[in-house]
Design a protein around this ligand. Structure first.
Ligand SMILES: [Mn+2]
Length: 344
């Protein structure tokens, strides 16, 4: 990875968007609330400026995330690829080649014509002009600055549903754990207040994104909990959901989102890891930690995940290992044993 930091001012990104005609708006594969919210808000803002803007979702798309978009509003790559007339790509909430796989060849062909916004600490030089600000709780918080710079109001058509405001709010809310994480600071609440005052229906979004699971979620959760082991003198937990668990419960990866947070409800737990084997031989791992009394992460899980080729944020990160779940789990157990005893 190259040095990953801002290469320009927000004004430069705005100028490049103003001079473009057709813009592809892209984020990381398997879009979460922030990726999807960023894509939708940016594409809506650009279209309201009269630009041709195509938003792309890539990888497996959670149906609830998909429901944030109007029918036909976003294209799915690689089934759909950017139009040859596209003269600029806007890359949001990621800067890693590994996360843009279905569009990486296309993005390489666009070298020098990719601009980006990100709030992650690590990334590649995909976007030559980019603003990277790790103090932002979500990419949509940074994007709100860009949309203000462009002079586009957050509610264009007067409808709160499917507005720029709603899309910005989704990213802000989901990346802060519905305003619970440390990253939900005064500036986050200030933007949230502005968005709510524009009519964003928070409860409807909670129900769509957080209270809309399938009953098989409970069966998968039971499998995960029954696999739980304690580590680090009872301060860390590891759970796993194997390919067989998925097959026998009928659950899929969409059904098990957020399970990694369950152990954090226990006061003594400062590190939680969940391994999921959605296809045999490929194990995905989610890591979560908590801040200590000084606000520092008890375990910096972004650093922890990097030894497995992963990354993310200090308190929430992930990795993907090409190994059966039992081997992957043994590797995680060993890595946790090697950690210094965290403070709290
Ligand atoms: Mn994000």
């Amino acid at each position: 990875m190259t040095k990953y930091e801002s290469t320009c001012e927000m004004r430069t990104i705005a100028d490049r968007l103003r001079s473009a005609n057709r813009i592809a708006v892209i984020s990381h594969a398997k879009p979460d609330g922030d990726a999807a919210g960023s894509i939708l808000a940016a594409a809506r803002a650009l279209r309201s400026m009269g630009k041709r803007a195509d938003g792309f979702f890539t990888g497996v798309v959670d149906p609830n995330i998909h429901a944030l978009a109007l029918p036909g509003e976003v294209l799915i790559a690689p089934a759909s690829l950017p139009d040859p007339e596209t003269d600029l790509a806007l890359l949001l909430d990621t800067g890693s080649w590994s996360q843009v796989e279905p569009l990486d060849v296309w993005l390489k062909s666009m070298a020098g014509r990719v601009v980006g916004l990100d709030h992650h600490a690590r990334g590649d030089g995909i976007a030559s002009d980019r603003v990277v600000d790790c103090s932002m709780a979500s990419c949509t918080q940074l994007l709100a600055q860009l949309i203000d710079e462009l002079g586009v109001p957050f509610v264009v058509a007067g409808s709160p549903r499917f507005s720029i405001a709603e899309a910005l709010f989704v990213g802000l809310a989901t990346d802060t754990g519905w305003f619970r994480y440390q990253s939900a600071d005064a500036a986050v609440f200030k933007l949230a207040s502005r968005l709510l005052s524009l009519g964003v229906h928070k409860v409807a979004l909670v129900q769509l994104l957080d209270e809309n699971g399938r009953p098989v979620r409970l069966a998968a959760m039971a499998r995960a909990l029954s696999s739980l082991t304690f580590h680090m003198n009872g301060r860390a937990t590891v759970m796993s959901i194997s390919h067989l668990d998925f097959a026998q419960t009928g659950a899929n990866s969409d059904d098990v989102g957020g399970i990694v947070n369950i152990p954090l409800a226990i006061g003594s737990i400062v590190l939680s890891a969940v391994l999921t084997e959605t296809q045999p031989g490929i194990t995905k791992i989610s890591f979560r930690s908590k801040p200590d009394s000084t606000g520092a992460p008890c375990v910096n899980v972004s650093e922890f995940a990097s030894q497995f080729g992963g990354g993310g944020h200090a308190l929430a990160a992930g990795a993907k290992i090409k190994a059966p779940i039992s081997d992957a789990r043994a590797a995680i157990h060993a890595a946790i044993s090697a950690l210094a005893e965290p403070s709290k």
